[in-house]
Design a protein around this ligand. Structure first.
Ligand code: ATP
Ligand code: MG
Ligand code: MG
Ligand code: MG
Length: 477
């Protein structure tokens, strides 16, 4: 079943059950605390918090999501994309646990002729929160899931809150067993690579107060109106239904892998290391296109930095696979062709997507070769001196002169078995910022006219705050 169809069937299933179909929100919301929308419920937060009254009791959507926390996982696990589509159904004080469970189960296991996904119920496992006997009983008695395939899990996996006082509650998750050739027996508790998480059902039933930590807070009591929030990974269901090996080989991303093979001469499926680069290219090319179309431009901080990092990782991966000329325009064209049936804005805005992505590629290709040489020299020197740490000065020069995002340097260093003196790097960055400020001040005194400000504005944001500080996304589902 094609990914577009999986997406469409989800919406149809819930519309039939009285849900209003709500289009995906942009990846970028006004909230400066949230880097990108990272779950289907994010646009509905004001309804869940009771700050606004929803115009419907039931809604369904397929929300565009970006999770920067998963960047390092891409290509290494079978199931993590940086951009993915989260399909969800939401109840605002309307139906609760039993209906939410029954809706999910009937879509997953319903026959293909009747609009379902036709998954064999024997392949599915479920989890519930430790003391959620109600959910446990619904799975066992109403859905007829054998007790042996229902696992109880603790706070970390199966209890949801937004990290602030307000609604919270237990979750129940659905997993697909890929079979013994993919790992050990024993359900998701034993092996999340064999048992792939596909759907999270959140039962918002309690209100929490202020706690001492993200996971330690008082439950004040039951909510007056209970809500349902669910999220199903469209890419994960596609990977499992299409019988491929991972989320990068589905109908939406495999064509990018094939294009990369054609352009670089490398073979997919030949060497693990190369395969990771192929998957990184496929995943990141799509994420970059989706970010650009939602208005992000490459930059040195915040959202722009994430986009820059993704684009530069693509360039580096293509290089490592053997590309000796630019490839970005062709990757973007494949993304457009596979994704436009669900996201026509990729076709209508293609010229801009191409210009931005190729611009970044051109800039990075100019310095990638010399930067890599400098990097290798620094690694050799460190190793020759018996050091396991790459100096902050090298990292700073790579960033400042060659445009290597610090995370790329960290990654390359770790591939070479070294760590990086990040404190040294940061203090050099801070010194540079101070110099820039002093310069600006000196120039302001020199000519007290508006051109100074204009120049600063033209230059754009130059402050670099480090990737670690950018991961501000609340883990909301
Ligand atoms: P995992 O444990 O596999 O990292 P998660 O628990 O972080 O997943 P949730 O936050 O519960 O995921 O999100 C709801 C659903 O969205 C998941 O059940 C999964 O199907 C999908 N999903 C989450 N993260 C990703 C991702 N990086 N790529 C593709 N799908 C994802
Ligand atoms: Mg996760
Ligand atoms: Mg999980
Ligand atoms: Mg989950």
């Amino acid at each position: 079943m094609q990914t577009h169809e999986i997406r469409r069937r989800f919406l149809d299933h819930f519309v039939k059950a009285g849900h209003t179909e709500v289009p995906s929100a942009s990846l970028i919301l006004a909230d400066p605390n949230l880097l990108f929308v990272n779950a289907g419920m994010v646009p509905f937060v004001p309804f869940f918090l009771g700050q606004q009254t929803p115009p419907y009791d039931r809604a369904t959507s397929v929300q565009k999501c970006v999770r920067t926390l998963d960047i390092e996982e891409v290509g290494k696990t079978t199931r993590h994309n940086t951009f993915f589509q989260m399909a969800g159904n939401f109840s605002f004080g309307d139906y609760f646990k039993e209906e939410a469970i029954a809706f999910a189960w009937s879509l997953l296991t319903g026959s293909v002729e009747d609009g379902g996904y036709g998954i064999d119920p024997e392949k599915l496992w479920v989890t519930v929160y430790l003391d959620d006997d109600e959910a446990f009983a619904i799975w066992r008695d109403k859905m007829n899931v054998p007790e042996a395939r229902i696992q109880r899990r603790g706070m970390k996996d199966n209890y949801w809150s937004m990290g602030i006082p307000g609604p919270c509650g237990p979750c129940s998750e659905i997993f697909y067993d890929r079979g013994p050739e993919y790992g050990v027996e024993g359900g998701p508790e034993a092996d999340e690579d064999r048992y792939i998480e596909i759907w999270n059902l959140v039962f918002m039933q309690n209100e929490r107060g202020v706690g001492i930590s993200k996971d330690d807070y008082p439950i004040l009591g039951p909510l007056p109106k209970k809500n349902i929030d669910t999220g199903m990974g469209v890419e994960r269901v596609a990977f499992l239904l299409q019988g491929v090996e991972n989320v990068y080989e589905t109908d939406l991303l495999r064509p990018v892998i094939d294009k990369a093979a054609e352009l670089t001469g490398a073979l997919y499926g030949d060497k693990h290391e190369d395969d990771v680069h192929f998957r990184v290219i496929a995943d990141h090319a799509r994420t970059a296109a989706m970010l650009i179309v939602d208005g992000v431009n490459p930059g040195n901080d915040g959202r722009g930095y994430v986009l820059r990092r993704l684009l530069r990782r693509i360039v580096r991966s293509a290089r490592l696979l053997g590309a000796d000329r630019p490839t970005m325009a062709e990757f973007m064209a494949v993304v457009r062709d596979t994704m436009a049936p669900s996201y026509p804005e990729l076709a209508t805005n293609f010229a801009r997507i191409e210009t931005v992505a190729v611009g970044e590629e051109t800039a990075f290709l100019k310095t990638l070769g010399t930067g890599s040489k400098l990097f290798e020299g620094a690694v050799d020197a460190a190793k020759a001196e018996g050091r396991t740490v790459l100096g902050g000065t090298a990292a700073f020069t790579l960033h400042d002169t060659y445009g290597f995002p610090i995370d790329l340097t960290l990654e390359m260093a770790s591939e070479a078995g070294l760590s990086v003196d990040e404190d040294g790097f940061r203090s050099l960055m801070a010194e540079q910022r101070q110099r820039a400020k002093d310069d600006a001040r000196a120039r302001k005194h020199a000519h007290a006219d508006m051109t100074v400000y204009k120049e600063l504005l033209d230059r754009g944001p130059t402050e670099f705050t480090g990737f670690g500080e950018l991961v501000t996304e609340a883990h909301v589902l």
